[in-house]
Design a protein around this ligand. Structure first.
Ligand code: GDP
Length: 598
C-alpha cells in the first residue's frame, strides 16, 4: 500500500478517560478483531497493567480502513505507556507517529497527565485531533471541554470529535478525521535503510522482538542490519506486522510499523530509540532523539528467606530480559543477607517490578527504603554518585551533596490550594506559579526534590483533594541540599538496612519515627535494648525496650492480617528466622514491618 495511504498515530489520554475502550472499538470497527475476541480488552494484555489501568509496554496494531473516499488506508495505532516513569518510551513511540488522538473524558475535562502528554506530542510536531469521549454520560459537558481545549491546551476546538467509546458513538468520525487531518509519513528516499526501535519484548519462543517504525528503505528477512548505538550487526530472521497478533510478512517499507526478529540475545542489547540500518550501506547519521536511559530510583531487594537467593537471582535476570530499563547488581547487607541493588525509572516502575516478583515468580521479598542518586563532591575535589546510603562518605569528607529535583505540575480544585501548598512546603518544594484553568481548578507549577515525592506524595495529593487532584512530573536537574546520613543503632550496633540519607531538617522527626516503629516490633530481650537514630555518631532520637520478665508470653506485631498469617505459617514450617544484630535477635518480620510502612 502506498505511503500516502498510511497513517501512524497514538492515543494520549489521562488514565480512565477511555483509551483502552476506544482502541478496542477502533479494532472492532475496522474488523481487525471480532467482537468475540474483544471480550478481554486486547491492548492491555498484562494482568498487572489491567489492574492498575496503566500500559507499560507499547503494543502497536495495524488496521485497514476503507474510508468514505472509497480508498483503503493502513492505520497503525501505537499504544503508549500512560505514566511519567515511562515518558522516554512515550516520546519514542510518539516519534514513530505523525498524529495523535487526544482523548478527554467529557465529564472530567482536561487533567494534568493530558497536559504532559500533549506537550510530548507537540514536541514531536504531531497533528493532534481532540476526541471528547463519554458524551453518553449525563454529566458530560462538551462545551466546557471545548473551552478547556482552547484555553488550557491552545488547540482548535472545532476539530474536536464528540464520541462515546462505550456506546460506539463517533467511531467512524474519528477514523475519518485521522485519514483527513493526519499527514502520511514522509520518505526521504535517499537509498539508506533507517528504522527506529520504539520498544522490544522478550518472547519465550522467538527471543527478542523489536518493534520498529521504518523511516526509509526496506527491511526483509535475511538482511544484515546494524544497531547504530552499539555498532553490532545482526541478521534479520523474521519481519511482520501486528494484526493485532504478530503476523509475518515479506517486508517492511517506509512508513510501516511492525516487528523484526534478529539473533539478539537480550532486550538489553536493543536500545529503545536506537536506529537500525543496513550493515552493507549504513546510514551516515542515526535518526534523532536517541538517549540511553538510566535508572533514577534505587532500592535493595532481598529474599525473606536466605535460601531463596538463587531463585531471586533467576527471577531478576528473567525480569530484565523483558525490561531493559530495570537494572540489578548483587549486594549484601549485614542485616538482610544477600540480595540485589535494583534500579528503576521511577516509583511506579519499582512497584511493578516488586509486584511481578511476587506474582509471577512467587518470591517473598523485602525491599529497602527507596533512594535516589545523589551527586557528591568530596573535599578532595572528586565527584561520586551515591545510590545507597551505606556508601555515602563520612561527613568530613563531603563538600557538597546535590539531589535530583523534579518539576511537578499539580492540577487541583480551587478549594484545596491552601492544603496543597502546605504539602508542597512540607516536602521541601517550591510553588513557582499558580495558573487558573477555569472557574473551578488551578494548576500549580512546583519544583520538589525527587526524594520527597518517592513515597507518599501521590497518596497525600489524592487524600487532600478527595481524589480530584492529579499530578505529573518531569526531571529538572539537581540542586545542592543539606543532606545527611542517618544511622539506626540497635544496642549500639548500626543496622545497615535502616540507614538513610535525609535532609537535616527532617532527620529528627524521621529518626524518632523509625525508633518508635522499631520499639514496637523488636521483642523484649533479657536486657534493656537501646534503639537510637544518629547522625555521624551524634544521637538525635532514642527509645528503649525494657528487659524481658518471666510472664511475657507473646508479643503482637502490627500489620496486615494476611501477611501475618503467612509469616506464622512459615514459622510453623520450622523456618523461624532471626537475624542477630550484635547481641540482639531481631525477627525477620520486624524488618518487613519497618521497611514496609516507611
Ligand atoms: P483507560 O484507562 O484510558 O484505558 O480507560 P478505559 O478504556 O479502561 O475506561 C475507563 C472506564 O471508563 C471504564 O469503566 C470504561 O467502561 C469507561 N468508559 C470508557 N469509554 C466510555 C464512554 O464513552 N462512556 C462511558 N459512560 N464510559 C466509558
Amino acid at each position: 500500500m502506498s505511503i500516502e495511504r498510511t497513517r501512524n498515530f497514538s492515543i494520549i489520554a489521562h488514565i480512565d478517560h477511555g483509551k483502552t475502550t476506544l482502541s478496542d472499538r477502533l479494532l472492532e470497527f475496522t474488523k481487525t478483531i471480532s467482537q468475540r475476541e474483544q471480550q478481554a480488552q486486547l491492548l492491555d494484555a498484562m494482568d498487572l497493567e489491567r489492574e492498575r489501568g496503566i500500559t507499560i509496554k507499547a503494543h502497536p496494531v495495524c488496521m485497514f480502513y476503507k474510508a468514505k473516499d472509497g480508498l483503503e488506508y493502513k492505520l497503525n495505532l501505537l499504544d503508549t505507556p500512560g505514566h511519567v516513569d515511562f515518558s522516554y518510551e512515550v516520546s519514542r513511540s510518539l516519534a514513530a507517529c505523525e498524529g495523535a488522538l487526544l482523548l478527554i473524558d467529557a465529564s472530567q475535562g482536561v487533567e494534568a497527565q493530558t497536559v504532559a502528554n500533549l506537550n510530548l506530542a507537540m514536541q514531536q510536531d504531531l497533528h493532534v485531533i481532540p476526541v471528547i469521549n463519554k458524551v453518553d454520560l449525563p454529566s458530560a459537558d462538551i462545551d466546557k471541554c471545548k473551552r478547556q481545549l482552547e484555553d488550557i491546551l491552545q488547540l482548535p476546538s472545532d476539530e474536536a470529535v464528540p464520541a462515546s467509546a462505550k456506546m460506539g458513538i463517533g467511531i467512524e468520525d474519528i477514523l475519518e478525521a485521522i485519514v483527513a487531518y493526519m499527514p502520511p509519513p514522509k520518505d526521504p528516499a535517499d537509498g539508506y535503510v533507517r528504522a527506529s526501535v520504539f520498544d522490544s519484548i522478550f518472547d519465550p519462543y522467538r527471543g527478542v522482538v523489536s518493534y520498529v517504525r521504518v523511516v526509509s528503505g526496506t527491511i526483509v528477512r535475511g538482511q544484515k542490519v546494524r544497531m547504530m548505538s552499539t555498532g553490532l550487526d545482526y541478521e534479520i530472521k523474521d519481519v511482520g506486522i501486528f494484526r493485532p497478533k504478530m503476523t509475518a510478512c515479506e517486508k517492511l517499507e517506509p512508513g510501516d510499523v511492525g516487528y523484526l526478529i534478529a539473533n539478539v540475545k537480550s532486550t538489553a542489547d536493543v536500545k529503545i530509540g536506537d536506529t537500525i540500518t543496513e550493515s552493507r550501506r549504513p546510514s551516515p547519521e542515526p535518526l534523532p532523539g536517541f538517549k540511553e536511559i538510566h535508572p533514577l530510583v534505587f532500592s535493595g531487594i532481598y529474599p525473606v528467606s536466605t535460601d531463596d537467593f538463587e531463585a531471586l537471582k533467576l527471577a531478576v535476570g528473567k525480569l530484565q530480559i523483558n525490561d531493559a530499563a530495570f537494572t540489578f547488581m548483587a549486594e549484601s547487607s549485614a542485616a538482610l543477607g544477600f540480595g540485589f541493588r535494583c534500579g528503576f525509572l521511577g516509583l511506579l516502575h519499582m512497584e511493578i517490578v516488586q509486584e511481578r516478583l511476587r506474582r509471577e515468580f512467587n518470591m517473598d521479598v523485602i525491599s529497602t527504603y527507596p533512594s535516589v542518586i545523589y551527586e557528591v563532591r568530596k573535599t578532595d575535589g572528586t565527584e561520586m554518585l551515591v545510590d545507597n546510603p551505606t556508601f555515602l562518605p563520612s561527613a568530613n569528607e563531603i563538600d557538597e551533596i546535590r539531589e535530583p529535583m523534579v518539576r511537578v505540575n499539580i492540577m487541583i480544585p480551587n478549594d484545596y490550594i491552601g492544603d496543597m501548598m502546605q504539602l508542597v512546603m512540607d516536602k521541601r518544594g517550591q510553588v513557582n506559579n499558580t495558573e487558573t484553568l477555569d472557574d473551578r481548578r488551578v494548576l500549580l507549577h512546583t519544583v520538589i526534590p525527587l526524594n520527597e515525592i518517592l513515597v507518599d506524595f501521590n497518596d497525600k495529593l489524592k487524600s487532600i483533594t478527595r481524589g480530584y487532584g492529579s499530578m505529573d512530573y518531569e526531571h529538572a536537574g539537581t540542586q545542592a541540599a543539606e543532606l545527611v546520613k542517618m544511622d539506626i543503632l540497635i544496642a549500639g550496633d548500626p543496622v545497615d538496612a535502616f540507614s538513610c540519607i535525609v535532609h537535616r531538617s527532617k532527620a529528627e522527626s524521621r529518626g524518632r519515627q523509625l525508633c518508635q516503629k522499631l520499639k514496637e516490633v523488636i521483642p523484649q530481650q533479657l536486657f534493656v535494648v537501646a534503639i537510637q537514630a544518629a547522625i555521624g555518631g551524634k544521637v538525635i532520637a532514642r527509645e528503649s525496650i525494657s528487659a524481658l520478665r518471666k510472664d511475657v508470653t507473646a508479643k503482637c506485631y502490627g500489620g496486615d492480617i494476611s501477611r501475618k498469617r503467612k509469616l506464622l505459617e512459615k514459622q510453623k514450617e520450622g523456618k523461624k528466622k532471626m537475624k542477630a544484630i550484635g547481641k540482639v535477635n531481631i525477627p525477620q518480620e520486624a524488618f518487613i514491618e519497618v521497611l514496609k510502612t516507611n
